[in-house]
Design a protein around this ligand. Sequence first.
Ligand SMILES: Nc1ncnc2c1ncn2[C@@H]1O[C@H](COP(=O)(O)OP(=O)(O)OP(=O)(O)O)[C@@H](O)[C@H]1O
Length: 941
Amino acid sequence: MDDLQLNITATKKIQNKKHTKTPFQKNTNEYKFKSKPDFSGKIIARKRPQNVNQKNFPQQNSVEPQNKVPKLSNDTPSKQENLQSRLVDLSENKGKFHGKNYQDVIDDIQLQQKPRNGPWISSLFKNNPQVPKIGQKAVKPLFEKVFAGKTFADLNIHPHSVANLKQNLKLSELMTVQQKSIPIILEGRDVLIRSQTGSGKTLAYALPIIEGLQAIRPKINRNDGVKVIVVVPTRELAVQTYELFVKLTKPFIWIVPGLLSGGQKRKAEKARLRKGLSILVGTPGRINDHLRHTHSLNFAKTGCLVLDEADRLLDMGYEKDVAAIVKAIEDHKKAATYDPIALVKQTITKKPLDNDDQQNVQNADQKPIEHDIEHPLTKIFLSKGRQTILLSATLTKAVENLAGITMQDPVFVDTADGKALIADSLKEKNKTVDVKSNDVTSEDIIQNNTNKTFEEKTEESNVETANVDNKQESRGGLKAFSGAKHPELFGDGKIKSETNNSKVVPTNDVESDSDSDYEYFKVQKELEAKEPKVEKLEEQNENEESVTANTFVEALKTAIVEDELILPATVNQTFLIVPMKLRLVTLCSLIVEHCILNKKGGKMIVFMATLEMVDYLSDLIETVLTGKEDKSNKKNESEKKNSKGNKRKVNDDDSDSEYEIDYEAPPEGGIVPHDLDVFSLHGSMPHEHRIEVFKQFRTAKRGLLICTDVAARGIDIPRVDLVLQFCAPASATDYVHRVGRTGRAAQVGAAVLFLLPSEAEFVRHLEQKRIRLRQSDEMKALSSLQSIVPTAASPQRAAIALQARLEHTAHGSRDWLARASRAYTSWVRFYSGYPRDVRMWLDARQLHLGHAAKAFALRETPAALARRARSDPGFKKEKPSNRLTVQTEEEKKRPGFPKMKAGLFGNRIVVNKQSSMHTASEFDSGLPPVDTYMQKKKKNK
Ligand SMILES: Nc1ncnc2c1ncn2[C@@H]1O[C@H](COP(=O)(O)OP(=O)(O)OP(=O)(O)O)[C@@H](O)[C@H]1O
């Protein structure tokens, strides 16, 4: 502490004392940190440069009041002024110091500083808060049956598909969600699917889509336009989904899947779109970007829209893009069917067409069907209709609203055991319902399909087609976009409000202009009033032979209100309450235990809060544990060399005397064998690198992936057997999706959640959602460290040695320091931005920022770290934003573009702004801002 200087930031109360000496007159080594009782307010300790030339500093005149800049007796006024301004600059951290930035000088000191009597030893085990023992509440988690006990051959699908699944994907048994959903999707119905993570949802929609497409005759080709759009939230998920479609289309090579996932060159993607695609898989930002800039992209022939991870798409700032895509489909279809002559004739006769007439006209327009059409879904592809499929393991109010707007006669498939249901909105009209009798329902559908004659099927299909063509007009989506809310979208805004009687919201209570906010609110309230209590429903479900009146709306509402989350039963979930200072070493210990000591070789994912943390901590851990050369730090090799090979005995004031050990300053090389592959993944990585990392980790047999939430959704990485959450998730939903990266497809997995002592009650929040976790012993978690520091007498000593080594590396160069403090600062910012509903457990005011520095292997004070962050040009202060979502500016510039307010889809979606902020940049489409792109384009012209 001898090199600390006080920086007074508060006003002085009284200033009577005479100062005969200033700190500058002293030798720095003699200077003692002294608190000054005459001052009140915030006192910030600041490291003072040690090697500065002291004679350049003025001697403070003791008679002068302290709050004035001291005069220099011999200097000329101009020099004085110069010096004054320099001092002011210095005090504001923006001055130059011997030609160097003030922060650079401080960094140099940090780098040169050596401990007086020994190596850096961290007081890891002192002054830590008590670790509470959280008892477990009797929570009964919900589980799902993963496999259905049926095979793909039981479905009414093309035998080539069944064979392809068996040979190329090695799949023969149906998963529950597939068994329940595939027949319904083949029926051409709009479906909302909720099923646990890793339960095979992707195949559940991809397989019937391929089935529907392959049956189209004449066979579709590239010129037939985009038949299917699959929207997913991240590029990795887009790549993964696209790859599955490629595999599934092997027997049907005329169906062409394509990928628009961002990060690639627009030109290449444009060329691909021009050539033609049957199935388009992409991220919303990128699809929307092409909608605006690629004229060959047209959705007039789109018969199926899939929104995978629907809740995420609406929660992360992409809702405007999703809305724009939905609207583009509607618009393109309308434009394609626009026939001015028919309209004129219609006006002259003034005879409105009834439904049957319309149907006849539409059928007459259709191409003759040459071959058997097996499924109503195929009919949809040939009609002007559209099927919408929404999927997620978790549901939100936003999804409910989206379903109400974009779906018609939807079916809700929920595969949770005990309440598994297929809630069919069509049954609402007939006052019949399928609850718990779902197996029967879905099987019935399969059975009926197999038993029916072709004529019967075709007849049904025709009926279906009639409905399908009417769908377009009556679809909630069109209605929602056409009403008073968004008249600008439809020119005259005179879209008929009449719908057929198959709306999601019961029609009898709803006026024709029910898309106004007020009406919507009214209907919601009425539905709420009608809604049976949750317990009542459960009771009824258990006892009743005669089924309850449970429709799509009710079932969905109940699911959202209950908000019970389901995780695979095969995942062993635990949490560790780790004091802040011990977090980094505990993480290293678990990595060692799982990835190195585990003879089978573990595959582990660690979730961090910010990309700066991922960047820094993955490099730090890799460098320290494996000794692999840090790529970003090659320049500073010489600096590293200077600091090696000093054997010292610990005898520091700050040391944990009880854990004193002989510590050897790190030699070259790591402390574990080299075969630990560390991967890192976050949204700001260059696209190629990002996809490369994803693919490499997917194929790796073992290894460690440190990532942000960009890898939390949908990503299917085989053999991941441990998921560790280094930072608490922003919601219970995020917890589910992170944990869901393990234990997929009934595989065994484990999940560990790190919590601070102040965050312990977050477990209760998870328990409320029926998530059961067990507390692990935080001290036992350190035990594997002894294997990498064999000289240490206990795990605690090993932890201290490891922390010293981490700190040594982090202070090895200016670059390391900058990255460390960026990571630290980004985490502090992240922490203060937790959504309001979890802030009572994840409260930034409870943080000990000094302790937190240790978790980033930093030794500086929070104030010094904040200063470094302020002066760091490489650290963006702006909030992350998704550059390609529809911006307000864009809306102004383009009057025809959907003018969407925050909380989109008619202001009805409750978007969690905070959680969007956390992740928006993670899911950036990776393209330059549109303006820059346009400028470049102009230049090139
Ligand atoms: N019928 C099946 N039999 C065995 N494995 C299957 C079957 N269907 C899919 N799988 C496998 O299950 C894994 C998970 O599938 P998928 O990624 O579709 O899950 P998901 O439900 O979409 O998960 P998430 O909610 O995390 O997105 C994949 O590895 C997939 O290959």
